[in-house]
Write a protein that binds this ligand. Structure first.
Ligand SMILES: [Cu+2]
Length: 458
């Protein structure tokens, strides 16, 4: 199996990734593929994704050699309805192996796209993923192979899954935050030395939908639904719309319990938020920006712009934000006894300067979880930097962050665990046994060991 140098280091830590050709499907894969049948009245949505290298203008007039899906950054937005089957054919036109993870989707383990459940596609190979999409919300896709390079260069895209009874807005858009580290020639810098491993890469060029500081136009008087995704390697975005109030309606796992109005919202790497934006007045100019946030890294917090909103002539509005968006029954009380403690830590390393650990191990092998059994996990951060904790394949509820309950009920797949802080989560594995993982979504921390494998068993 041909692997790049950066992959070998990653693979060396755990020995049970899948072998064989992609077309020699495992029994679990074949079963999952066969069982992916649309719900009544729903359909199969077919998508072709091709990962390749091409030229892209992050800034007008400056060409950068990038990697992406279907020749654009971000890749195409994959849209479907709850209960549809997505059949996604991935073709690898890169010169190194890749595979795709469907971030936040509750797919069978065999379709999760990690190197535990499939052998990554070699150059020029194709592979078809097929699964039902059971939940409405804003999700995204990205490789789970050599991520610090592949995602930095532009391999990611959004997924929007809708229900029949979505709240009504005047318009809707998907907005993906990212950044990229460019050199003087406008080319992507190779991975950096120990500071970049410690902090994760924060690039010098801020992007919204693959462009440096674009302009967004909105009609005065209208209210739009904006679905934000933070696809950056390590940047924390404290979202602000010109420091005006906006209304949060959804997070990682779709709609939240009730609208929540705020002036800022923290998006750690891999987080999503859906907000109602507007109404504004004709002629206004508003900045979409990230406010100062201290995450404990060696960096100076700054307020930084990502885009400019220009408000055009007034149009009528038909938007209605319902007072109750969704009923979310709590899985557990805040005082529930934890069934597991997940300790996020670090240790000094000759190779990286610092290694990142879970329960004192890099690439930790964690205990299995039983289908149907309530999980209450205390995720404890013993390090002086924030870590966004991501659980593959399942949604959890946040019970507490540093002892405080969250502002609203929601389903999440990523939660920021503050420096020296503690987050208590609850979740129940539904009947999708197999190999899963949880890890820090700062890509350099994940690569430097802050991840754990575990099985869901019947
Ligand atoms: Cu981390």
């Amino acid at each position: 199996m041909a692997v790049t140098e950066s992959q070998e280091g990653h693979h060396a830590h755990h020995g049970h990734h899948a072998h064989g050709k992609p077309e020699e499907l495992s029994a679990a894969y074949a079963r999952a593929f066969e069982q992916a049948v649309p719900w009544p009245g729903r359909q199969v949505v077919s998508v072709n994704l091709e990962a390749s290298e091409f030229d892209w203008e992050f800034t007008p007039g400056q060409t950068t050699r990038v990697w992406g899906f279907n020749g654009s950054i971000p890749g195409p937005t994959i849209e479907a309805r709850v209960g549809d089957v997505l059949e996604i054919r991935l073709t690898n036109k890169l010169n190194e192996p890749t595979a795709v993870h469907w971030h936040g989707l509750r797919v069978p383990a065999a379709m999760d796209g990690t190197d535990m459940v499939q052998r990554p596609l070699n150059p020029s190979e194709s592979f078809t993923y097929r699964f039902v999409v059971p939940d409405a919300g804003t999700f995204w896709y990205h490789p789970h192979v050599n991520e610090t390079v592949q995602m930095e260069r532009g391999l990611y895209g959004a997924m929007v899954i809708r229900n029949d009874d979505e709240p009504v807005f005047d318009a809707e858009r998907v907005l993906i935050f990212d950044d990229v580290g460019l050199d003087d020639e406008g080319q992507i810098k190779p991975p950096g030395w120990w500071k970049e491993w410690h902090n994760g890469r924060v690039g010098n060029t801020r992007l919204l939908n693959g462009k440096s500081e674009p302009t967004l136009e909105i009609a005065a008087g209208q209210i739009e639904r904006w679905r934000f995704i933070n696809a950056s390697s390590a940047r924390f975005i404290k979202l602000s719309i010109g420091e005006r109030p906006f209304t949060v309606i959804g997070t990682d796992g779709g709609l939240i319990s009730a609208p929540y109005t705020t002036k800022d919202f923290l998006l750690a790497p891999a987080d999503r938020v859906e907000i109602a934006v507007g109404p504004f007045t004709a002629g206004e100019t508003i900045t979409v920006e990230s406010l100062k946030y201290t995450r404990g890294a060696f960096e100076i917090p700054k307020t930084q712009p990502f885009a400019t909103i220009v408000v055009g002539p007034k149009k009528p509005s038909r938007a209605v934000i319902p007072p109750v968006l969704r009923i979310i029954e709590p899985l557990a009380d805040r005082t529930a006894t934890p069934t597991r403690v997940v300790k996020l830590g670090f240790k000094l390393s000759l190779e990286h300067g610092v290694d990142f650990t879970i329960n004192k191990e890099t690439h930790h092998h964690a205990e299995s979880c039983k289908v149907g059994e309530l999980q209450v996990w205390d995720v404890v951060n013993g390090s002086p930097v924030d870590h966004p904790f991501h659980l593959h394949g399942f949604f959890f509820q946040v019970l507490e962050v540093n002892g405080e309950p969250p502002e609203f009920q929601s389903w999440e797949d990523t939660v920021n665990v503050p420096a020296k802080g503690r987050v208590r989560i609850a979740w129940i594995p539904d009947d999708r046994p197999g190999e899963w993982m949880y890890h820090c979504h700062i890509l350099e921390h994940h690569a430097a060991g802050m991840m754990a494998h575990f099985d869901v068993v019947r």
